[in-house]
Write a protein that binds this ligand. Structure first.
Ligand SMILES: CCCCCCCCCCCC(=O)SCCNC(=O)CCNC(=O)[C@H](O)C(C)(C)COP(=O)(O)OP(=O)(O)OC[C@H]1O[C@@H](n2cnc3c(N)ncnc32)[C@H](O)[C@@H]1OP(=O)(O)O
Length: 204
């Protein structure tokens, strides 16, 4: 589930320098595909080019999904993760900062690819980002936690653009960690979340 890899931090940095720009270019491509007004010929040409690029990347593939890896230095990376994956064009990607007391914070730009209601962030995208940030909050990056229950209150529409997420542990009881979090845009808090995260028995 969590796979140890014998790579130094410098080697992981080198791989991130190789694949990070690929993910960033793909995000640009997704945005361009959503917003283009190009005509038949240009779009047909773009499709052929993209198919050729896909074939190039398929030359050497891993089995299945990317997984979560860690090295001896305790560094962990999840390049395919739907919320934070460096190599995943679906992920914004969110970069979760954790302060010394464990509180979490992330600032994310959500463009056209994350739209639900017109001009607004899709509610499922807010849930995705909150779930991940709250999971990091519960785990404090020291223990494995799974989302047990996530309760969301959508208080106001959230315009696309810069959004800020923050979270903190609000209580602990046995293997349950309670987390509170929220996501806000330029017009204030849009979504409030409470979560119960469980430390699975097998990880203790
Ligand atoms: C270092 C790397 C960091 C890396 C940090 C990375 C962060 C990643 C964030 C991503 C977060 C995700 O998406 S996680 C993926 C989405 N979630 C999942 O797939 C979870 C699927 N569910 C499960 O696997 C399981 O149901 C668990 C693990 C949640 C619970 O199973 P269990 O361990 O057998 O639990 P069990 O003994 O029955 O119950 C233990 C206690 O928890 C309570 N409990 C059990 N389930 C729930 C529940 N759904 N909601 C509320 N409470 C529950 C019970 O009442 C009990 O309370 P009491 O009687 O003791 O009072």
């Amino acid at each position: 589930m969590f796979r140890f890899v014998d790579l130094s931090d410098a080697e992981v940095d080198a791989l991130e320098a190789r694949y990070g720009p690929l993910g960033a270019s793909l995000r640009e491509l997704v945005d361009a595909a959503i917003r283009t007004n190009a005509g038949d010929a240009e779009v047909r040409d773009a499709v052929a080019t993209i198919e050729a690029l896909t074939e190039k990347l398929r030359i050497d593939q891993i089995e299945g999904a990317s997984g979560v890896h860690y090295n001896e230095a305790g560094r962990s990376w999840s390049w395919g993760n739907a919320a934070i994956g460096l190599r995943n064009a679906v992920a914004p990607p969110m970069d979760v900062q954790q302060s010394e007391n464990g509180d979490t914070y992330a600032e994310v730009h959500l463009g056209a690819a994350y739209e639900g209601p017109p001009g607004m962030v899709h509610g499922g995208v807010s849930a995705l980002l909150l779930d991940h940030l709250m999971g990091v909050t519960a785990s404090r990056m020291t223990k494995v936690t799974f989302t047990g229950t996530l309760t969301l209150k959508y208080r106001n529409p959230l315009p696309l653009g810069r959004v800020v997420l923050s979270g903190e542990v609000s209580g602990e009881e046995g293997r349950k960690v309670f987390v509170a979090a929220r996501i806000e845009g330029d017009q204030g808090i849009a979504v409030e979340a409470d979560g119960i995260f469980i430390v699975p028995v097998w990880s203790e």
